[in-house]
Write a protein that binds this ligand. Structure first.
Ligand code: IVH
Length: 662
């Protein structure tokens, strides 16, 4: 091997190793930037020596050109589906059937998550990813190899040289799904109804570049050789899949009886929202392949497995009205007012309809009976029309703002209709609430009731005017005593000292939230520099792309926003801060989650200390979490940490770690 070949091989091995750590084990050991640097280095050498490029090089994930269509390919053995158990009784019946068919035999089950995605077979030939085939009709699927190559949790090459096939599920992360739909709104494309449809769309596009952007994940659950299970048990299969570098969801358990299965099902039904992707049930499989073979199959499903389906979180109800609310950016959001209906223990009386395009896509009108879905913390949404109302009436977007009567405009290329009156009271109220909220300018006491009064009585015409409120003005307001008025003024006063990053977030520039605001402040250190930066200069800041940069520039180009900035300057707010080079410290690459109340530090103080050492603080516990720092009344995050085996610290433990860091 020449020296160049050796360098190339070394870089590829490094990149494969880090891809595996990041995408399969959820445990990255280097920063994204370092990974990118390795990738660039390899790419540069390969560009100079194209004859040395191999299909399994990490640079070749998105290699293929858009195709004309998909080729159909037969499966090595049918990909059948599962029978369902819709409740505990049906699960017990399944267990009784299995017991009846295996008299006097010991056996146990493996329970695992039923991932709500698409099943796909992936074949390895001589240690190389050779084919990926969708389920299709179960006998014949579509060759989606080029697209599957872009999924980072699917290795392009494996150490194991003998041929084998993996079967598993392609899923779409819930957050990425929400983000994708928001982008599709902006591009006037129809929304995807759920993450599974989005995954199907991404896997079946003709251009692999699009698949790559969607960041799909693949979880493996079967390992076949010649169309048959390769190992004597399902549990051994899951271990071996991991050995071969594939991603296996860790939430599986051996269950020795039906009680344990039921407990597992109940546990995950309660925990499903905590997962980053959708699951719709639990799959229970007899572990031993010998016993599976003897139990056999019916025409369409195995007798050795069952899908326990979670209760649907969808209910039918009627739309009584469609209301429109005005957000901070003036965007009008239609909301369906529903006949109240209980869905999984919560009464739902409103559901979002997002925008006009979505109403059109759903074909929904007032008076229709619709299917409403509630998933986790997100606002309930209308899934589809079940039956049209006899006296249905179409929704018409108002032409003037329901709040201020200002003009409503729907800009070219946007799905949102907006009230363009920047002084619209609804927009002003929302802006004021955002400005004063926790984690932004932190003006305690300035909530909904007060914002309504301040705006309705004309005491505030733009957010900067909070800084010129007087005691006399406040005392005129309903239910405002001397003490609370003084307290509020003190809180307003204290907020002048908030750092630049908070103020930037408080301005409500579209696409500039807490994180981007922090990055901008750290990079430029001066509001005036940000306001005068060119689109190109703005993009020097990490994570700021053309869309965000354009939004920032547009914001500062508007007279009324410039006026707002001058008023804030006059009010004595912080316009500068220290420019910060990204902290490299002992905690670089380690993610912390804070939960509960710590005895002597606020959450912000603890975050600052962690970040000063290069650590990252996030809101939810995953396998990527390095430590959970828990204080008094820590809740479900602690359970989650225990379930995932994440280390838990108290404040003293954190301090110890920090001391060690210095
Ligand atoms: S086993 C014959 N395991 O659910 C064996 N399937 O209704 C069938 N699915 O088509 C597959 N998670 O798309 C199995 N852990 C899991 C699964 C799973 C999701 C899907 C799969 C299958 C459908 C069966």
């Amino acid at each position: 091997m020449t020296e160049i070949q050796q360098t190339i091989e070394y870089l590829r091995e490094q990149l494969r190793h880090h891809e595996h750590l990041y995408h399969v084990l959820d445990a990255p050991s280097i920063a994204d930037a370092e990974y990118d640097a390795l990738m660039r280095e390899l790419k540069a050498i390969e560009d100079a020596h194209p004859e040395l490029v191999t299909p399994d090089s990490p640079t070749q994930r998105v290699g293929g050109k858009p195709r004309e269509g998909f080729v159909k390919l037969p499966h090595s053995s049918p990909m059948l589906s599962l029978d369902n158990a819709l409740n505990e009784t049906e699960l017990r019946e399944f267990d009784a059937r299995v017991r009846g068919l295996l008299p006097n035999e010991e056996f146990h089950y493996v329970a695992e998550l039923k991932l709500d995605g698409l099943s796909m077979a992936v074949q390895y030939h001589n240690g190389q990813l050779a084919r990926a085939i969708t389920r299709g009709d179960g006998s014949v699927g579509e060759d989606v190899t080029e697209n599957a190559r872009t999924i980072r949790s699917i290795p392009l090459s494996v150490k194991h040289q003998a041929d084998f096939e993996v079967r598993g599920e392609v899923v779409f992360n819930k957050r990425a799904f929400e983000k994708l739909n928001a982008e599709r709104d902006a591009q006037q494309l129809p929304r995807f109804a759920n993450p599974r449809n989005a995954a199907a769309g991404a896997l079946r596009v003709l251009d692999p570049k699009i698949t790559a952007e969607r960041k799909l994940e693949y979880f493996a659950y079967f390992l076949f050789v010649d169309g048959r299970p390769a190992l004597p048990s399902h549990s051994a299969t899951l271990k071996e899949l991991e050995q071969r570098g594939l991603k296996v969801h860790q939430g599986h358990r051996i269950c020795t009886d039906v009680e344990a299965l039921i407990e597992f099902c109940n546990h995950w039904e309660a925990q499903r929202d905590a997962l980053p992707f959708e699951i719709d049930g639990v799959v229970c499989k007899v572990d031993s392949i010998d016993q599976q073979t003897r139990l056999g199959w019916t025409a369409k499903a195995p007798r050795w497995a069952i899908a326990f389906k979670f209760a649907a979180r969808q209910e039918k109800t009627r739309i009584d009205d469609i209301e429109v609310s005005v957000g901070r950016t003036g965007a009008l959001t239609p909301t369906a007012i529903l006949q109240p209906v209980g869905i999984g223990g919560v009464t739902v009386s409103r559901a979002t309809l997002h925008n006009e395009d979505e109403i059109e896509r759903l074909g929904v009108q007032v008076g229709d009976t619709v299917l409403v879905e509630r998933a986790g913390d997100v606002i309930p949404k209308v899934v589809r029309v079940v039956s049209q109302g006899e006296t249905r009436r179409p929704f018409v977007m108002p032409t003037s703002c329901p709040i201020c009567d200002g003009d409503i405009v729907r800009a070219e290329g946007e799905s949102a209709s907006r009230c363009i009156n920047t002084n619209c009271p609804a927009r002003l109220k929302e802006s004021l609430l955002h400005f004063s909220s926790r984690g932004v300018m932190d003006i305690d006491g300035l909530g909904n009731v007060l914002a309504d009064q301040l705006v309705d009585r004309g005491l505030i015409k733009n957010v900067a005017e909070v800084y010129s409120l007087t005691l006399e003005q406040l005392l005129q307001l309903d239910r405002m005593g001397q003490k609370s008025a003084e307290k509020l003024l003190a809180n307003i006063d204290a907020s002048r000292k908030q750092p630049l990053s908070r103020m930037l977030n408080a301005l409500g520039i579209p696409f500039v939230g807490e994180r981007t605001a922090q990055i901008l402040a750290d990079t430029f250190g001066d509001l005036d520099k940000i306001a005068h930066a060119t689109i190109e200069e703005l993009q020097h800041a990490e994570e700021v792309g053309p869309k965000v940069a354009a939004s920032i520039q547009q914001f500062f180009a508007q007279d009324q926003n410039r006026d707002l900035i001058e008023r804030l300057r006059a009010a004595g707010l912080s316009f500068t801060c220290e420019v910060r080079v990204k902290e490299q410290g002992k905690f670089t690459g380690i993610t912390f989650v804070l939960t509960g109340t710590l005895p002597s530090m606020t959450r912000e103080e603890a975050s600052a200390l962690i970040e000063a050492q290069g650590g990252k603080v996030t809101g939810s516990v995953s396998k990527k979490t390095g430590y959970v720092v828990a204080g008094a009344e820590a809740g479900s995050k602690l359970d989650k940490a225990a379930a995932l085996g994440v280390r838990v610290l108290d404040e003293a433990g954190l301090r110890e770690l920090l001391e060690g860091a210095n």
